[in-house]
Design a protein around this ligand. Sequence first.
Ligand code: ATP
Length: 328
Amino acid sequence: MTKTTIKKIGVLTSGGDAPGMNAALRAVVRACKYYEIASIGIMHGYEGLIHDDMIELGPRDVKNIINQGGTFLKTARSEEFRTKEGRQKAYENLKKNDIDALVVIGGDGSFTGANIFHQEFDVPFIGVPGTIDNDIFGTDYTIGYDTALNTVIEAVDKLRDTATSHNRVFFVEVMGRDAGFIALNSGIASGAQDILIPEQKDSVEDLCNSLERSEETGKKSSIVVIAEGEQLGGVYEIAKQVQARHPEYDIRVTVLGHIQRGGSPTCQDRVLASRLGIAAVEGLLDHKTNLMAGIRSNKVVFTPIDEAIKKHNEIDEELIKVANILSI
Ligand code: ATP
């Protein structure tokens, strides 16, 4: 690593919370100590920068958080940071607190904000992808995704018990406004009869055909996993349309909602967050900026932030095939 001029790094969590953000924060703080620079936690995302709400953090201040969901720094969606005046205030507080660079843990919106801030005030930053949706280009996995998947399959396993007992068809809505990664993977892992995702064109007719086909082969209950952003009008509308075609079905709808964001992070998320938190600090000390630290084929990689924001990970066609074959 080349000699650095960075003496203090500010770290914040922004946008939607995700399990593992605390593990990433802990890694940033401890890596700073390891490389003998100071770290400061910025509360409530960009709001803390604007309102000078920050706390100096040392290695012991981040004890006992690696296992906790949510974010100890809190997070926020800051409307003020979207304005030039808000960002000017943020910059003044940054200078006041002698912060030389930022680690931004969040999603593509948070990275967009950091990028604009960098263009205006030349503040170096590295992004760490923390979002349950796994929809960020430049990393195979985002922090929180694995935990969310495990939360979903635990819930669907429970629904399966009652579905089987009563010969019911359950429509389960999972998170994913723009991306079907949670739905597709949790659907395969929980043995769903059908999986509806935003990236694929579906129809109620195809769904009914699939349910009928499985019924003909002796299936008495079914689980259908539906991503929030699916394009047929939402889980209740889909259930209504299937019920109209099949009044004999005992249909139930479950919206898993925010339980998918909570809970203690899985081993995979804790390790990922630990690696990316350290990589972000090392990147900044190595004069890198406007990059996102991610993981590709189990190696830490840096992706230009513009690409991370603009490009999207594609749904793996092989997974769709797997889901189709197994729903026979
Ligand atoms: P998630 O994927 O969980 O929604 P996110 O980081 O994409 O996380 P957003 O709400 O889109 O969440 O963005 C978080 C914050 O980043 C915003 O509240 C705002 O403060 C800042 N931000 C987003 N876009 C911009 C922008 N164009 N200019 C300035 N700041 C922005």
